[in-house]
Structures are given as structure tokens and as C-alpha cells.
Write a protein that binds this ligand. Structure first.
Ligand code: SAH
Length: 497
């Protein structure tokens, strides 16, 4: 029988970019994933579609899955021979009950591994601009649980902590905040000792406050601080005024919806997140290769009859390559044909296969691609591999200079609406979101998924003129990139309206 195993993975504190490479590999090859409440959606999106997902952090009437039950689930799934990932917020072994979860597995001789995570105890202060140690201020760091059992006093040796003179970091301390500060004051810490709270750290909703030991409870109450939050006490807190980098990111506080197909959303989303945006992926279209694509196969069979091969999207390139590889061929089947790509994104896809475009137009759209081809004065036929409903501007340009071509539809774009409700809530919320559109078909997919609704609150960030025109047809307010590239689109979003 196949031996199962459990990998305990730390998912980091919230920012999905803080997942480790090893953690990511474990998630991507999991058969079962058992996860907690604090794990971000972008990390959950890495779970393979066919893997079983078990949410043990669900609060149904404030009733969490009891620890013993979680331990049992891990054991049962491993004994079934499954590769189980137990995904936990921050680091599994820091106030994460990781140790408890391994006990039962060890007893039963089940194989396990632990992949440490970036802990909120250090990363959350860091995103709040607070280095937990600094040679000028302290020589130790102490991480303490501020969890207080109902009706019981806090089990913390405040006198010992005060004597260390080090930075104190409290987790799970929001409800006991006043008691924690009082405990430290009673133990002799100066009332004007800098102290901070960072709520929902490393996420777009992060809120930080800087106060002193004596004022922190009141300020936190005023600002309605809620869990999860980290309390930091120590002189390093004052550095947050100087090092407050995360709150200063250009897209901090902005909500952005990315509408690319799932497999292409990653880089745009990551780059927007790195600028501080609150990104929601809404893959409202998907590209489906035509299968079998007899026309494309026949065209490749007589590839020598063509002088140029034209791609209008990365999906065209990947569809062709998939077809070649799955029929036991490779790029050599393309012979000496010249390659034209609509823009740098499509060229990048070619480069993945050791090819590069001989021609990219100055402006990255169908009409300019057609014109650029005309200027090359082809003497042979042109083969276009693109989507159903591709723009007629490309072929119109070729017609106008009497170039002969075959326009083959090798994939189609289908509308999908996986998380429509989540997006609808965002669109009707207080904060006006920006929606990115990287093609006219993403605009149509978006409108098809959401149906009739008031779009006046939304700003559509469009990659080019054709996309912009489509967005306007749907009554969207638009901003448009100066050039049809991700760089220019991101730049335009940063510039704002
Ligand atoms: N194992 C986790 C901690 C689990 S205890 C880790 O290493 O980070 C849960 C506590 O962690 C919360 O009560 C809060 O104090 C802290 N925490 C976790 N994520 C946080 C975040 N994004 N922002 C602020 N505090 C966080």
C-alpha cells in the first residue's frame, strides 16, 4: 500500500508572497490540504483543483473544529495513503499547535515533515516599519502569548520581562491589551515606553498605531483594533515613523480586480500586490484550445507553404506548442518560417520555446500588426493562429495590401464566473475598485458574468484602445495604458484617474 505522509506547512502572515518556495512545492503536489482561517485566498488558489480541501478554521456559530478532530483527520488521510498538507498561518511551531498535531502521527509511525513559515511575530512588525531588534535600542526579543483564558489572570511574568530591557512582541493579545499594558506598568516599565499595534499585518487592510505603554489601550479602543493583531512594546517602535514603507506603497488601500484567465493572472496580480494593492482575481474568461484542431494540424503539415506565422496572444503560441508536443513533434516542425507577435507578452511566450519574434509592431494591436506585416512585403502566404472572434482589423490590413493568408481559429475564449458573488460585493462596496482589462474579451467576459448592474463606481484600467472601446460600450469609466504592455498598464493604474 502507498505510504501517506503529512507535511506541516507555514503559510506566512498574510501577504501571499511570503510563502516559502518549499511550502509552495508542497501545496502544489498535495492530495489533501487541511487549512486554517488565517491562510490567504491567493495561497489557497495554489491548491491543485483535484485535491481535497478541508477547512478546519471555519467558524460556524463560533465553533471551531476541535484540535483532537484535526489530529484525527490528518492521521486518517495519511493512513489512506494520501499526501497531506497541513497549512497553517505564520510558522506552525510558533503558537500554532504544530507540535500537538505531530504527536498522534508520530505515535502511529506516519511519515511527516515540517516546512517553517515566516512568522507574524517578526513580519507584521516589519511591515509596520518596526525592526524587532536594533543595536541602539535592545539586545533581545521576547515573543509572548497574550491569550487570556476566561475568568483567569494572565499567566505572564511581567517583572522578568521588564528586567530584560528587550523588545516584547505579544500575539493573541487584543482582548487582553489593557491587562498587558497594566501588567508591564505595575512591574515598573516607564509609562512613556513606545508601544504599537499592527492589525491585519502584511495584508492590504493593515492598520498600525504608534502610542506609548500608558496610552495604547485607549488609542486601540478608539481605532477599534480587532484580532488578528500584534502588540509590540519597546523603543524600536519609534522607528516606525521613519521606516513605515508598506503604508507608503503607491497602491496601498486600493482594491484592484484582475480579469485575466487564471493561468495568466499571476504576474499582473503579484506586481500589483507588490505595490500594495488589494488584488482579487476574477478569471472571467478562459482559453480553450480547439481539439482536435484539424485546420491547424494541416497547416503545420504544409508549413513550407507559408512565409510568416502570426500570433495575436500568448494563448495562440501555447496552443500550437501543445499540439506539436502532444503529436510527438517539436519546434523544428516550424522550419524556417518567420514569426510575428502582437506584443512583448506573446514574444515572451515564444521565448519559452527557444523562439523569438522577427516582427513586433510599434503599437500592440491587430491593425498595427497587419500594417507592420504589409511593410515587410511578404512574397509568400501568411498563417494566422488566433482566437475565435479575433479582430477583423488584422485581416483588413492584410487585404488592403493584397497579402494572402489563412486565418485559423486555434482556440476559443469562454466566459466563466467562478467567484461572481465576491466580485459583486466588492463592486457595490464603499471603496471604488479598479478593474484591469487586458483584452476586449475580458471586458465581455466581465459583463457576461455580472450581468446588469451599475458600473458607474468602477474604473476600468484598459491595456489599449480596442479594449477601452469595448469597456466604454458597457458604460465603464476608463483609463488606458500608454502602450499595450503590463508595465504601462501598471504605470497607468499608479498614476490614477
Ligand atoms: N503561528 C502563527 C501565530 C498563530 S497565533 C505565526 O507564526 O504567525 C495567532 C496570532 O498571530 C493572532 O492572534 C495575532 O496575534 C498573530 N497574527 C497572525 N497573523 C497576523 C497578521 N496578519 N497581523 C497581525 N497579527 C497576526
Amino acid at each position: 500500500m502507498k505510504m501517506g505522509q503529512v507535511i506541516l506547512v507555514g503559510a506566512g502572515p498574510g501577504d501571499p508572497g511570503l510563502l516559502t518556495l518549499k511550502g509552495r512545492q508542497a501545496i502544489e503536489s498535495a492530495e489533501v490540504v487541511v487549512y486554517d482561517r488565517l491562510v490567504s485566498q491567493a495561497i489557497l488558489n495554489l491548491i491543485p483543483e483535484n485535491a481535497e480541501k478541508i477547512n478546519v478554521g471555519k467558524e460556524s456559530a463560533h465553533h471551531l473544529v476541535p484540535q483532537e478532530e484535526i489530529n484525527q483527520i490528518l492521521l486518517d488521510k495519511a493512513l489512506e495513503g494520501k499526501r497531506v498538507v497541513r497549512l497553517k498561518g505564520g510558522d506552525p511551531f510558533l503558537f500554532g499547535r504544530g507540535g500537538e498535531e505531530l504527536e498522534l502521527l508520530a505515535e502511529h509511525g506516519v511519515l511527516f515533515q515540517e516546512v517553517p513559515g515566516i512568522t507574524s511575530a517578526i513580519a507584521v512588525p516589519a511591515y509596520g516599519g518596526i525592526p524587532v531588534t536594533h543595536r541602539d535600542y535592545c539586545s533581545s526579543l521576547h515573543i509572548i502569548t497574550g491569550h487570556q483564558r476566561a475568568g483567569k489572570p494572565l499567566d505572564i511574568r511581567f517583572d522578568a520581562l521588564v528586567k530584560t530591557g528587550g523588545t516584547l512582541v505579544f500575539l493573541m493579545g487584543v482582548s487582553a491589551l489593557a491587562n498587558i499594558c497594566k501588567g508591564l506598568l505595575d512591574a515598573g516599565m516607564e509609562p512613556d515606553m513606545p508601544a504599537a499595534v499592527v492589525e491585519k499585518g502584511t495584508t492590504p487592510a493593515q492598520q498600525s498605531i504608534l502610542a506609548t505603554l500608558s496610552t495604547l489601550p485607549d488609542v486601540a479602543k478608539q481605532k477599534q483594533v480587532k484580532s488578528p493583531a500584534i502588540i509590540i512594546v519597546g523603543r524600536v517602535c519609534t522607528l516606525s515613523q521613519k521606516f513605515d514603507w508598506f503604508d507608503k506603497l503607491p497602491l496601498k488601500g486600493k482594491s484592484v480586480i484582475v480579469t485575466r484567465p487564471k493561468e495568466r493572472a499571476g504576474t499582473l496580480s503579484d506586481r500589483l500586490r507588490a505595490l500594495g494593492a488589494d488584488v482579487t482575481e476574477f478569471p472571467c474568461i478562459e482559453t480553450i484550445p480547439c481539439k482536435p484542431c484539424t485546420q491547424m494540424e494541416q497547416a503545420v503539415e504544409r508549413i513550407d507553404a507559408y512565409q510568416w506565422l502570426v500570433f495575436t496572444s500568448p494563448a495562440g503560441v501555447s496552443t500550437l506548442m501543445d499540439m506539436l508536443y502532444s503529436t510527438g513533434r517539436d519546434v523544428r516542425a516550424l522550419g524556417r518560417i518567420r514569426l510575428a507577435a502582437i506584443g512583448p507578452g506573446t514574444d515572451r511566450e515564444l521565448r519559452k520555446h527557444g523562439l523569438h519574434a522577427d516582427l513586433i509592431p510599434q503599437v500592440y494591436d491587430g491593425a498595427h500588426l497587419g500594417e507592420a506585416l504589409c511593410q515587410e512585403k511578404p512574397t509568400g502566404r501568411v498563417l494566422i493562429l488566433r482566437a475565435q472572434w479575433g479582430t477583423p482589423a488584422l485581416t483588413a490590413a492584410l487585404d488592403s495590401c493584397k497579402i494572402s493568408y489563412d486565418d485559423i481559429r486555434c482556440y476559443e475564449t469562454r466566459y466563466t464566473c467562478p467567484n461572481t458573488e465576491q466580485v459583486r460585493t466588492l463592486l457595490t462596496g464603499e471603496q471604488a475598485p479598479i478593474v484591469t482589462f487586458t483584452s476586449a474579451s475580458t471586458v465581455n467576459g466581465f459583463a457576461a458574468a455580472l450581468g446588469d448592474m451599475d458600473y458607474s463606481n468602477i474604473t476600468a484600467a484598459c491595456i489599449g484602445a480596442q479594449t477601452e472601446a469595448e469597456a466604454r460600450k458597457h458604460g465603464l469609466r476608463t483609463i488606458t495604458a500608454s502602450q499595450a504592455t503590463m508595465d504601462a498598464l501598471i504605470q497607468r493604474i499608479v498614476e490614477g484617474e
